[in-house]
Design a protein around this ligand. Structure first.
Ligand code: HAM
Length: 429
């Protein structure tokens, strides 16, 4: 019986896994530049964490969350996102009492949403993200955006565009909610079932509806900008000003309300344009109340997350993985029994020197060895038989251009060092 992979999941093998590690490593390196430390968290949490933290008004919690009862009868969930997870860890470990604020953490790993799988949308996908918690300062919001843009630029994206909006403070949202209720109430009979639900729980979510006729109505709804308090306006202005000063492309997008319930004040998405389509690679924003609502002190937070698969897809389309090297340094070509007998210890030496090395375990024809070396993506071959062993030499073969020269065994390390180091440098440029 052949067992299929679960719908909406995908395997990452070899170079694809390397691509994801590469994107993670660039984002992690940039986060480190901004003083963030890594945090690794459980994938399973109590479902109530996401009900209260991520928010029952969001589709992610209401319709897409993977929940199950464990054998002890606890209702658990596979995390649909990390922000509530991070906040829970900060509270459980009282990190706010032990460290200077804001706390700054970055994370990466799988998240789960029961969505309809399609291009760039999975049920198990991977995120990289950051959270800064414990300081309610507009500059911190902007710094999070700047960090995201810096990482995208380092990956090679030429025009990451920041879409920016403000959801305002609590008072703003309260007034705006009332305005939305008055606007949508008479329209409700013609709207989709989900919007009926959203109307009850969080009418702001109705602005996000993808049903075309509902979307039309949402476009004509009262604008949040008309309800923004002076403070919230100033906050948004500061973000605009800094982005302008730093020459970062941004657009104000009044329809941007984000899909999760916890946001207030500045929210943003980072998109790249791909063949005329806007593609959201990541998003985030400010959240004022989650820490308190989950039983911690009254601390605000701000953060963002990217979808690693989406970023990888976009990089693939723009050819940004061209320099990613998954080659093997060396393949050993022992010719004859005596040479084969010496091979495992030669491989051991080469690996100890730091060269990735493979070799055949049995006597093998030269032509087959070439095929094996090619499949292993080997960069250089070391060919040696009776003669070379006698003379203390080896044939060093460049497997790209097939140039070959005999060198003394004693010079091998130095020669390889030069060759492979030069190549690494040329990759970096
Ligand atoms: P989010 O917008 O729900 O935000 O997800 C962030 C990113 O994850 C999206 O922009 C998208 O690239 C990716 N993503 C979401 N769902 C899927 C899926 N089904 N398949 C593939 N990729 C997906 C959050 O999760 C917030 N926690 C971000 C945040 C952090 N806000 C504050 N701090």
């Amino acid at each position: 019986m052949e067992i299929q992979a679960v719908k909406g999941t995908h395997d990452l093998i070899g170079k694809d896994a390397l691509k994801m590690s590469y994107v993670e490593s660039v984002f992690s390196a940039v986060a480190t530049l901004y003083g963030y430390q890594e945090i690794r968290l459980p994938i399973i949490e109590h479902a109530s964490l996401f009900n209260h933290g991520t928010g029952e008004g969001s589709d992610v919690v209401r319709k897409e969350m993977y929940t199950f009862n464990d054998k002890g009868g606890r209702l658990l969930a596979l995390r649909p996102e990390f922000t509530a997870d991070v906040v829970r860890a900060i509270i459980s470990n009282k990190l706010y009492a032990k460290n200077d604020l804001p706390l700054r953490y970055f994370y990466h790993g799988p998240a789960f949403r029961y969505e309809r799988p399609q291009a760039g949308r999975y049920r198990e996908f991977n995120q990289f993200g950051i959270e800064a918690i414990g300081l309610d300062h507009p500059m911190l919001d902007v710094e999070v955006i700047l960090m995201a843009v810096q990482a995208f630029t380092m990956l090679g994206f030429e025009h990451p565009i920041v879409y920016l909006n403000s959801l305002g403070d609590e008072e703003t949202r309260k007034k705006y909610r009332e305005a939305l209720i008055s606007y949508f109430e008479p329209l409700l009979p013609d709207m989709c079932e989900d919007c009926h639900e959203r109307f009850k729980i969080n009418p702001l979510r109705m602005l996000d509806c993808k049903v075309p006729s509902d979307h039309e109505l949402a476009l004509k709804a009262p604008k949040l900008r008309d309800y923004l308090s002076e403070e919230s306006q100033k906050r948004l202005e500061l973000a605009r000003k800094v982005l302008e000063e730093e020459g970062i492309e941004y657009r104000i997008d009044e329809q941007l309300v984000r899909g999760l319930d916890y946001y207030g004040e500045v929210v943003f998405e980072i998109q790249v344009e791909n063949q005329g389509n806007r593609l959201a690679l990541g998003g985030g924003g400010h959240y004022g109340k989650m820490v308190k609502e989950l039983g911690g002190p009254d601390l605000a937070g701000v953060g963002f997350a990217i979808g690693l698969e989406r970023v990888m897809d976009a990089m693939e389309k723009e050819g940004l993985f061209a320099n990613l090297d998954d080659s093997l340094d060396l393949y050993l070509f022992p010719l004859g029994k005596e040479a084969l007998a010496k091979t495992p210890s030669l491989a051991l030496r080469m690996r100890a020197l730091g060269y990735s090395t493979l070799f055949p375990y049995e006597e093998t024809k030269l032509s087959t060895l070439f095929k094996k070396a090619e499949k292993a993506k080997a960069r250089y071959g070391l060919i040696y038989g009776e003669n070379e062993l006698k003379n203390g030499t080896v044939q060093l073969r460049d497997l790209k251009n097939q140039a070959q020269k005999e060198i003394a065994f004693a010079d091998l390390e130095e020669t390889l060092d030069h060759l492979l180091l030069d190549e690494e440098e040329s990759h970096e440029h």
